[in-house]
Design a binder for this molecule. Sequence first.
Ligand SMILES: Cc1cc2nc3c(=O)[nH]c(=O)nc-3n(C[C@H](O)[C@H](O)[C@H](O)COP(=O)(O)OP(=O)(O)OC[C@H]3O[C@@H](n4cnc5c(N)ncnc54)[C@H](O)[C@@H]3O)c2cc1C
Length: 442
Amino acid sequence: MLFSKEVTLDNSWDIIVAGGGPSGCTAAAAAAREGKKVLLIESTGCLGGMGTAGLVPAWCPFSDQEKIIYKGLAERVFSETCRQMPHVAVQKGYWDWVPIDAEVLKRVYDELLQEFGVTVLFHTQVCHVDVADGRVTDVIVSNKGGLYAYAAQIYVDCTGDADLAVWAGADYSYGDDDGDVQAASMCFTLANVDPYYFEYHARLHPMYPESPIYQIIKDDRYPDIKDLHLCDALIGPGVIGFNAGHIWDVDTSDPFCVSRAQMKGRQMAKQFRDALATYQPDAFGSAHLVNTAPLVGIRETRRIHGLYTLTAEDFVERRSFEDEIARNCYYIDIHQRPSKEGEQQTEKKNINGLHYKPGESHGIPYRCLIPQGLQNMLVAGRSISCDHVVQGSVRVMPVCLVTGEAAGVAAAMAAQDHAGAVAQVDVQTLRRKLVEYGAYIH
Ligand SMILES: Cc1cc2nc3c(=O)[nH]c(=O)nc-3n(C[C@H](O)[C@H](O)[C@H](O)COP(=O)(O)OP(=O)(O)OC[C@H]3O[C@@H](n4cnc5c(N)ncnc54)[C@H](O)[C@@H]3O)c2cc1C
């Protein structure tokens, strides 16, 4: 069916950022800081993506076990969020696995974007991209006002799924060699948890042999809890955020599939609440399920084919790059099917779970943000150009924050000096600017 309709076009923008997760927020703020007129389009009603609407309850480590390495706007967002959470802010040098209060984080992002003058359009979904000669000419969005077109010189795709890049014709990969992506999880929050028992007695994580998860997965009363994944974080007084359970085969390009996953996730959250009340009654006997995430937690979808593809070997070799715009040290953290555990992940060896030693990190090249064949688009966040294995590392929020900031500065430079061609950006000038803003790169 061919669909055509006249829509209003607003072409007054320098830069359009699609998606307001961690990468989109720093991309938009960084581009606006360069003096550009920036529109950020977000389909939910808040900023933060998985860290807020997805209720992910903790930051992955910000340090390389010696110092913070995700700096610039990333460190600012992190520090400001910690400052407003008294139980974490007081502990100096506490940089790793810090809990997140989603309400605090939403406001921190709101204030960041307001400070730099970014215009935010909530409840608006980018649903189509027009392209001519390798350049995106406009995006079509839908919201309660109907359909509209917005145009800019540069587009930064921070949708997490590379929606814009793929709709504009960019090539991409999906999952491992079998097309399997990591499991999704529905994060949720329990309140009215006894803080004394939780803090001093509950040992929920499966790394503790006494974790109740070993009994829960054998108990037929909780049929959707099938594996050991159970992480918790104290996010407020008597309030615990959970990142627990696995939902398989969730493809975000299939809205019916995502809809089923949302419902299944809500069932799982209720089962977790009841199971914890049964097996850890001292802490969770009166626990109340406050909320489940509006967005089911998606760890992996499309990865663009960029001008460079970061590989597992780059991770293993701790490679640096002349055009690196960020460094990363998070371990390879792939939530793979239990049946695939122990399988060869690379030609060299299985590196799922590989941790660096203190002080070690690898570089992320600017080329990983540039989709092949598109002149005026950058991609930041979890769908940058990388292989399936290393995506298990670079997908986490501290990394998305720093790739977002780099994309924002680069987008502004491309709009200013390079006739809108992102590949023409002078990468050493970009790197110098990022360092001036605090970035940690080699
Ligand atoms: C269950 C789970 C647990 C995790 N645990 C941790 C953890 O403990 N610590 C950690 O640091 N990281 C963790 N991560 C990883 C991390 O949260 C995500 O990978 C990261 O948030 C990705 O950032 P992003 O900016 O690429 O995308 P997202 O955070 O997914 O944000 C994308 C945004 O774009 C919007 N959007 C999408 N499509 C469109 C469109 N077409 N139009 C308009 N808006 C659109 C979405 O609504 C969303 O707000 C976890 C992830 C999951 C799923």
